[in-house]
Design a protein. Sequence first.
Length: 143
Amino acid sequence: MVGDRIQQQQLEDLIKQQNNQLLIAEIQSKDKKTIIACIGLTYLNLEFEIGTFCIAPHWQNQGIGKHVLAYAESYSQAYVKQQQAELNYYVMWVLNVRNELIEYYERRGYVQTGEIEAYPVDANVGQPIVDLHLIKMKKSVVI
């Protein structure tokens, strides 16, 4: 894939949505904070959609993603309780060619639903260099 995965205006619009939260993980060094991860949560009637999930390349394969995902799931449960809403599932869309991510999410309790969507070429979020589609995965919420 070539191009940005998200445009600045798209991110700004996402952050402004009432049902959306963007969580950021930072690390503090002597004189500055550095963002090392982010994950987005969008509440959609009984489920939280997880997206905008990334770990800075230098920090990958160190277990940070597992902690960020677990925190996001916990955070979403607290949000739902505060809003007096219900939550049944966490859902996410994963690129079909990212087998390692699909396996990673399966180890975290997510399952493939069988739902598939075309890659959103018209959304201006990167240009695929191979045939891509999105696979929906979900995980039941246990509170």
